[in-house]
Design a protein around this ligand. Sequence first.
Ligand code: TXA
Ligand code: MG
Length: 337
Amino acid sequence: MKTVLLENNEKDITIAAELIRNGEVVGVPTETVYGLCADARNESAVKAVFEAKGRPADNPLIVHLAEFSQAELYTSYIPELAYRLAEKFCPGALTMVLPKNNRIPMITSGGLDTVGIRVPSHPVMHRVIELSGCPVAAPSANISGLPSPTCAEHVMQDMNGRISAVINGGNSKYGVESTVISFDNENTVRILRPGAVTKEMLAQICGNVIIDPAILSELAENAVASSPGMKYKHYSPKADVIMIESSLQDFIEYVDQNNSDNTYSLIFDGDEDNFPCRYLTYGADSSQQAHMIFRRLRELDDMGAEKVYVRAPSKTGVGLAVYNRLIRAAGFEVIKL
Ligand code: TXA
Ligand code: MG
């Protein structure tokens, strides 16, 4: 299959929407990361998404809609709190897990009786959904297990020859995937995956916001995951990633002592002065770090890095999302100095 690179204009967006309506798979930019889009109701199109990614069949796809009110078409119950969250965060980087109805096939929901609903704000993705007239299933457009793509070149690296087309919409605004939440009760939400809609932002609307324990620590062997994605190794580059929680001085001493061939450090902007070993920087604050983290993990692979020491980011605000992606890339290997 030849993968066509489409441009960000109405003519090409119309082509992409038509491909999706005809059961094909297209890479589309969103404000979080690029998505692999297919008609969520079309079982063979959704199957093609799982195949293109090499994704386990029990890991559900998020369904993207043009307006939150359309969630009523695909779910059996929407709590009042979900409407209040939608007023504030739809369109945006929030995915709400709700009980699905039978308009969403089991293959799309990975066999679950729930469906994640998101209303993306990116104008290209929004227009693709509108023109296709479909509820659009879209996981991140990477090969399963690799860092999510934040530009069209990353999608091409992973998906060239596997899907019909990719729309080039430049760099993703946030750079980490959406915040996924479920509802524990009428005023409590549970964060299953942290993202750009932060705990602090959710707490302004919800009485209670729980951070699922699997976000910061490894699931016990027999534990049931609240979200199937928690079970799988994610975001992992080929290199062995090790996260270090320490002061800059202790970090420098540690990597200086443990440096070897093809070892790199991933440090903050501002840490560079007299840094003793090879490094890349990934931003000065949480929002820059979110923007750059997946790109840097891909670059480290391209450079042939075998070991990467990462300065642990802050766990507040969108930093929690960066921390979560990195601790998973590190296979939960953290050194505290
Ligand atoms: O920002 C995003 O969410 C991007 C863009 C393309 O919208 N999409 C994305 O999809 O990151 P994906 O499939 O790579 O990650 C979705 C995560 C998975 O970890 C999955 O297990 C979880 O959301 N998820 C989806 N539906 C769920 C459900 N019904 N219950 C629990 N977790 C669910
Ligand atoms: Mg993904």
